[in-house]
Design a protein around this ligand. Structure first.
Ligand code: GLN
Length: 517
């Protein structure tokens, strides 16, 4: 019975809770039980607060029992929050040792909106340190594993959120996407992940990595669930100066319309840059099948060339480290988090240096150094300036493409989930995981990843990326929802093929392994 509840979509769970066929407490307990059964193997969570979750669920039930309407269409539904969003009642570590145990004095706007909507936050999910990475192996608290194959990565940086949703530990999660950290993990775990238009979801209380690129967004198992969550967290926020003062695009309506209709008259552009060398053949075959499904649905498909996209990756790896080197200067052991070597014999500078040496992992240090170099007086124009010019070209290529088509599509990631450890020693190979997702971040428009079946060469999930113009997020939802219905009709929902994880395949990690890394 309780396992059954964890198999339902967020929309179905909400429907049952609001009709009082079940209670939010029962639904929450079922998911907590699932976490207890499988998270030893998956390690999607850094923190779970069962008591607080059950109390939040009971509050939803009480309200319904009094005859009041639910606070939102998702009231009572459990969710996992990436550990980069500030939460007053839970630690916020960003997967870093420098923030181990840190409790923010305030809630992020996303956190607050979830609470106000009656969404039940079960806990915080694992991530690459400060969201830098594509595998969740850069977490100071040990890696998350991919529920499809526990020897493989769940993608990153939001591998915890994607794995938790894929493993039925929660129907919904929140991620952040600076270069692909929602979409790439979703692609390799067979889930739906959305990067909303930049400015569409408040960044207030989202610990900054690269402020001009960071964007929070939903992770779910269905397109409609993602849309419902998008509407809860999205919309103008006076506390974020980059927040867009415009209504949230009608994404839930678009998801419903897409699921009920076809794609007649929709113009779809296949980005010609996203194939060839470095792409796994099985991923490209799955992508081609997905494109033919779009055609069968009535879409008019053409090929579109966006030449600047070839330079997106190097531009991203100049702009994002530059911004990170500035943003991460605040972690100095003085105001919050870890402090090392604080005794009267040392100067503040020495304490800062010891703290940062001990508190940051190797990838974060690499990015800070890259960024500091790119911004240094003698090189500023050659690196940072040049990268900003590439960014302009990418914006123009998107604009030209969206004159001809309504949405663009590509594989979400060039390969399926790779093995744990496989790319740790090769940063460039790791960076290439985001080849297809980065242009969208640089341009600030919207994109999502929707499951596109399994690769025929390794049986692992592949994602279809649907990209839309800024503030036209609803277009991506409509196309993805229509595609999802067609694919499910042909092959059944992908998520339900995740292997049974309750047979304990891994020994429990020791406390030293979890905390001491
Ligand atoms: N994998 C990319 C990086 O390491 C993207 C990360 C993200 O989107 N947060 O920077």
């Amino acid at each position: 019975m309780t396992t059954e509840l964890t198999r339902l979509s967020a929309a179905d769970l909400a429907g049952r809770i609001h009709a009082r066929d079940t209670t939010a407490v029962e639904v929450t307990q079922a998911h907590l039980d699932r976490i207890a059964a499988v998270d030893r193997a998956v390690h999607a969570f850094l923190y779970v607060d069962a008591d607080a979750a059950l109390a939040a669920a009971a509050a939803v039930d009480n309200r319904l029992r009094c005859g009041d309407p639910p606070a939102s269409p998702l009231a009572g539904v459990p969710l996992a929050l990436k550990d980069v969003f500030a939460t007053v009642d839970m630690p916020t570590t960003c997967g870093s040792r420098i923030l181990q145990g840190w409790r923010p004095p305030y809630d992020a706007t996303v956190t607050r909106r979830l609470r106000e909507a009656g969404v039940v936050i079960l806990g915080k999910t694992n991530m690459d340190e400060f969201a830098m990475g594509s595998s969740t192996e850069n977490s100071a608290y040990g890696p998350t594993r991919n529920p499809w194959d526990l020897d493989r990565v769940p993608g990153g940086s939001g591998g915890g959120s994607a794995a938790a949703v894929a493993a039925f530990q929660v129907p919904l999660a929140i991620g952040t996407d600076t270069g692909g950290s929602i979409r790439q993990p979703s692609a390799v775990t067979g889930t739906v992940g959305v990067k909303p238009t930049y400015g569409g979801v408040s960044r207030y209380g989202l610990v900054a990595f690269s402020s001009s690129l960071d964007q929070g967004g939903p992770v779910a198992r269905t397109v409609l669930d993602a849309a419902l969550l998008h509407e809860v967290i999205g919309g103008y926020d006076a506390l974020d100066s980059t927040s867009i003062d415009a209504p949230v695009p009608p994404v839930a309506q678009a998801a419903r319309a897409g699921a009920a209709g076809d794609l007649a008259g929709v113009r779809v552009g296949v980005v010609s840059q996203f194939r060839g060398e470095g792409y796994q053949p099985g991923v490209l075959r799955a992508f081609d099948v997905a494109v033919s499904r779009l055609r069968e649905l009535g879409a008019h498909v053409i090929e579109v060339s966006c030449r600047s996209f070839d330079h997106a990756l190097p531009a991203y790896y100049l702009i994002s480290p530059s911004e990170c080197s500035s943003n991460l200067a605040r972690f100095d052991g003085m105001r919050y988090g870890l402090r090392v070597g604080d005794d009267s014999s040392r100067s503040a500078e020495e304490v800062m240096s010891l703290t940062r040496e001990a508190g940051f992992g190797p990838e974060v240090k690499r990015r800070i150094m890259l960024g500091t170099y790119a911004l240094s007086a003698g090189y500023y124009d050659a690196y940072y300036g040049q990268a900003q010019r590439v960014r302009t070209l990418i914006i123009r290529d998107f604009a030209a493409a969206f004159e001809r088509v309504d949405v663009l599509v590509s594989p979400t990631a060039p390969t399926t989930a790779f093995r744990l450890g496989e790319r740790v020693g090769d940063p460039l190979a790791m960076y290439l995981s985001d080849l297809c997702t980065i242009p969208v971040n640089l341009a600030g428009n919207a994109a999502l990843s929707v499951p596109a079946g399994l690769s025929d060469d390794d049986g692992l999930p592949v994602g279809l990326q649907v990209m839309a113009p800024a503030l036209a997020d609803d277009r991506a939802y409509r196309v993805a929802a229509a595609y999802e219905v067609a694919r499910n009709a042909a092959d059944g929902p992908l998520a339900h093929r995740v292997p049974d994880l309750t047979e304990d395949r891994l020994p429990p990690p020791s406390i030293a392994e979890v905390v001491g890394r």
